[in-house]
Each structure stands twice: as structure tokens, then as C-alpha cells.
Ligand binder design. Structure first.
Ligand SMILES: Nc1ncnc2c1ncn2[C@@H]1O[C@H](COP(=O)(O)OP(=O)(O)OP(=O)(O)O)[C@@H](O)[C@H]1O
Ligand SMILES: O=C(O)C1=C[C@@H](O)[C@@H](O)[C@H](O)C1
Ligand SMILES: [Mg+2]
Length: 174
């Protein structure tokens, strides 16, 4: 099966880390909707949100999702990709969707440990642990209903990849 593999989940759940490893193992291309959007528009997410607002960002994000979708690819998506129902439908119709599920405290720990490199605007203005907790209360049901498979992404990255590969091989066999 060479359908696109979509990785969904909150910031810090490991979409980039796992996506790179998985794409290498499968010999697939790796794409990232946040990265595509920023390089194609030559500006940061923070700039788009500051200048045009979140709705405009979400529209551009949907365009990026469609643009990067191709067979034999792993697609890491923005944390809010599931906020637009058409994105959820698109991913489910066009590929296999994996939710990398991680509890908010662990997400906050991972994001806190990262250098201040990403220019991503806060979503709530609250401290990161509270933000992740608030956001997941709203988004977990959306991640869950969009995903074909839910993966425990608190495991080490290679184990997360192995579990995804196992699901994919079961699909091929079935
Ligand atoms: N399974 C894991 N266990 C422990 N740490 C991890 C794991 N996966 C990723 N990390 C670490 O967590 C941080 C965030 O990972 P990563 O950038 O892959 O997440 P992401 O989902 O792509 O985040 P974003 O949505 O911000 O792009 C990184 O420092 C990474 O090394
Ligand atoms: O969780 C979110 O809503 C976001 C996550 C990031 O990946 C970016 O797509 C953006 O900063 C918004
Ligand atoms: Mg990432």
C-alpha cells in the first residue's frame, strides 16, 4: 500500500521525529504542512496570524495539506489540522491517519525543553502546560474521530515507528 500516511496530534507529540524515521524506513517522502506553508509563502506562521488572523492561516493550512498529499509520502500535519472538518475528511479519504497520542504534561515537558526556535504563536496566551491541557480537552475527540489508528506516542520514537509499521503490515495482510 502506498497511500499517504498522515500523522496528526498536538504540538510536541513527535510528528516530525517519528515522521522522518518512518519515511526513511518505508523509503517514502516526508512532508510537513507547517513547513510547506511557510516556505511557499516565505513567511512565518506568527506573521500570517499577526497580519491576517487565524482563519486565514487555517485556509492556507488546508491548501498545504492538499498540496503535499501524494502517494508514498508521510505527512506531518499542523496541530490544528483537525479543526476544519474538510481536512479530516480529506485525510481519511486519501490515506491512513495516525494520531500520535501524548498526555498534556508530557507535551509541555517536551516543548519546554526545546530551544526558542519556532515562531509559533500561543493559542490561548496561557502557560504551556495549561495551554496543552485546555487544547487537548477540545481537540482529543477530533483527533480520535479523524484517526484510523491511535498510537501511544509516549514510547520512544523507534517503538512508535515500529507500532505504526505493524499496523500497516496488518492492513496489507488483511
Ligand atoms: N517519542 C518521544 N519521546 C520523547 N521525546 C520525543 C518523542 N518524540 C519527539 N520527542 C521530542 O519532543 C520534541 C517535539 O518533537 P517533534 O518536533 O517531533 O514534535 P512535533 O509533533 O513535530 O511538534 P510540532 O507540532 O511543534 O511540529 C522534540 O524535542 C523531540 O526530540
Ligand atoms: O495547534 C495549533 O493550532 C498549531 C500548531 C502548529 O503546528 C501550527 O500549525 C500552528 O502554530 C497552529
Ligand atoms: Mg513538527
Amino acid at each position: 500500500m502506498s497511500l499517504p500516511i498522515y500523522l496528526i496530534g498536538a504540538r510536541g507529540c513527535g510528528k516530525t521525529t517519528v515522521g522522518h524515521l518512518l519515511s526513511k524506513t518505508l523509503g517514502y517522502a516526508f512532508h510537513d504542512t507547517d513547513h510547506h506553508l511557510q516556505t511557499s509563502l516565505q513567511c512565518t506562521i506568527a506573521q500570517i496570524v499577526a497580519e491576517e488572523g487565524w482563519e486565514s492561516f487555517r485556509t492556507k493550512e488546508s491548501d498545504s495539506l492538499v498540496a503535499v498529499t501524494a502517494d508514498s509520502s508521510v505527512v506531518a500535519t499542523g496541530g490544528g489540522i483537525i479543526l476544519r472538518p474538510e481536512n479530516c475528511q480529506f485525510m481519511r479519504d486519501n490515506g491512513r491517519v495516525f494520531w500520535l497520542s501524548v498526555e498534556p504534561d508530557e507535551l509541555a515537558k517536551r516543548l519546554d525543553a526545546e530551544p526558542e526556535n519556532e515562531q509559533r504563536p500561543t493559542l490561548t496566551g496561557r502557560p504551556i502546560t495549561e495551554e496543552m491541557s485546555d487544547i487537548l480537552k477540545v481537540r482529543s475527540p477530533l483527533y480520535s474521530s479523524t484517526a484510523h489508528h491511535i498510537i501511544d506516542a509516549t514510547l520512544p520514537p523507534q517503538e512508535v515507528v515500529d507500532n505504526i509499521l505493524q499496523v500497516l503490515s496488518q492492513q496489507r495482510a488483511g
